[in-house]
Write a protein that binds this ligand. Sequence first.
Ligand SMILES: [Zn+2]
Length: 389
Amino acid sequence: MTDRDILHTMKVLAKRYARANRLPHHQALDLIASKLGFSHWKAAQRAAKGGWQPSSEQLAEVKAFAREAVPVFQELPADGDSTTFTFAGDQPPEEGKIGPHVFWIQVSLGDVHMSGEGWHIQLGEAPSAEPFVEVTERRVKSNPIHDPEFVKDALKIARAKAKDVQAHISADWDRRSTMPDAEGRARHPINKDLSKQWFCLHCDEQSTSLAITSNMWHCPSCGASPINIFSTPFWLGDDAPRDRNAARDMTFTSRKKVESEADQDSNLEIEILDTTPTLELNEKKVELLLRMALLDDAANPGERLGALLADIGVDEDNDADMCLDEDLWPEGKDPEQALKVAELLGIELELTITTGTAPFHWPGLAHHTESTVDYVSALLAAYKEYSGQ
Ligand SMILES: [Zn+2]
């Protein structure tokens, strides 16, 4: 990777993360940089220009981090500046074993990450969070993640770790942020509002103080982070719910769920996602690859037009037919690159000829030069001569 590639990758990841978490882009850049051990983005930029390269593990970790749209926990630091991020509980990974299987466990931005050969589990910091379990490499033989007993044991370890994180975070909070008072009021840990009812900006869910405090100020319904929880649903305007008691019923089930946390995973149907990179060819992708190859075959502006306008149809078996305009593609010229690509993809490619799709008059002009600029000047001159324009 060149330094430009590295910086570009980081920027793309930061953009994705910023969008998922509704953060300003510069904050996401700093977060990505901090994941790589830099104090801020500028430092990472300087290092990349000086030849620094992330290791493949670092890169994979940063990618996994950016891919998750789990909201960032924004802890209010002691100086009261809510725009500063602190990484509660960020520690180096610890190694452990379940039976013969080695794993690593680490807390990052409040989330627990646990991984071993070919698998990864992520647990968000809200007590109601459901685990995200994935196969990261399909070719690992006898991947323990397919064994439900192993998953259960792993989740037990991850849940215990998550509890530590929760304790660490709430230790810094006002007591009213962890336990409602006799009137059922709680204090928001970040904006310090005091209220009986709480509203989620993300899904409009209305929750009692008890429901929201027991879920670490994450929405019990959608899991949105504390920065999305407000004492008034100002975004709803006149549609705001009037019956505030309704919230008690609405959040009853989520409260129940949090209370039975100890058994949370034993009855849960855990879905295991396979995130091994896999090429899934479909109509669009086959068409795209064939057209790219056809552009390689095009020798001049006329043929490039022919490639761009070729009618490429792909059937359900991904076999394709390519229809070229005889004015734009020379008769008898085989699109060799496209045929080679079809062979690589293991699909049939049939060629046909059509006529009359050229978008401009005198299509022959496009075949007499190699440059598009020269072609366009010739085209403009021809129109001028013809119409006197
Ligand atoms: Zn919500």
